[in-house]
Design a binder for this molecule. Structure first.
Ligand SMILES: Nc1ccn([C@H]2C[C@H](O)[C@@H](COP(=O)(O)OP(=O)(O)OP(=O)(O)O)O2)c(=O)n1
Length: 183
């Protein structure tokens, strides 16, 4: 079951849903609208390797924003730390932002119960687009759990802002036969 906006507001008041800087004006019928933080990361490596921590550039926007380029991939984050010990969450773009050709998430929508921090956004644009820090770019929805809540304790626990992939912390070949077919 998805939480209604009114239920999200009540659960925030009870401390069961956490949304930093909660503003009732950003409550929606079944979600809450979150904002883009000022810092973006852009990977530097021509080839990303899951076994190697990626190198990246940090882009900090001022009030004038930043023009994003198509065919590039950016990581950003929500301005708000968000999540719940009692609910799972999913993240979506706003229709108004999506119809400007901006993806803020396209492959990793799920937030676990217990994951309470600023979410990292996967950003790409269809054409050149200026974005601004603090603009509402997406919405988070909360879902009731069926079964015993299990607290998230993965690699991104304690994130404070945008975080690049930490896959290299795992042994990506553990338990698998590595077959090299090309470079
Ligand atoms: N676009 C997204 C999606 C999720 N998350 C947050 C909420 C998730 O609960 C947490 C972990 O996500 P995953 O479980 O998908 O991460 P991995 O499986 O890659 O790593 P781990 O198993 O260490 O969590 O990251 C995020 O910041 N940005």
């Amino acid at each position: 079951m998805i939480l209604t906006g009114q239920e999200i507001e009540q659960q925030v008041a009870q401390g069961r849903v956490v949304i930093d800087g909660f503003d009732p004006a950003r409550i929606e019928p079944n979600s809450y609208g979150f904002r883009l933080a000022d810092t973006l990361l852009r990977y530097d490596d021509g080839v990303l390797d899951p076994a190697v921590p990626p190198r990246y550039e940090r882009l900090v926007m001022d009030d004038g924003g930043l023009v994003l380029e198509p065919h590039r991939f950016y990581l950003g984050s929500t301005l708000e730390a968000m999540g719940s010990e009692h609910h799972a969450a999913t993240l979506y773009a706003c229709r108004s932002v999506a119809t400007l050709g901006m993806w803020i998430q396209f492959s990793a929508p799920l937030g676990h119960s217990g994951a309470i921090f600023p979410w990292t956004l996967e950003i790409t644009v269809a054409q050149r687009l200026r974005v601004y820090p603090g603009m509402v770019v997406g919405k988070i929805a909360f879902w009731a759990l069926q079964g015993q809540p299990h607290r998230y304790a993965g690699k991104y626990t304690g994130s404070r802002s945008v975080v690049p992939s930490r896959l290299a912390q795992e042994s990506v070949h553990a338990g698998r036969e590595l077959v090299v077919t090309g470079r």
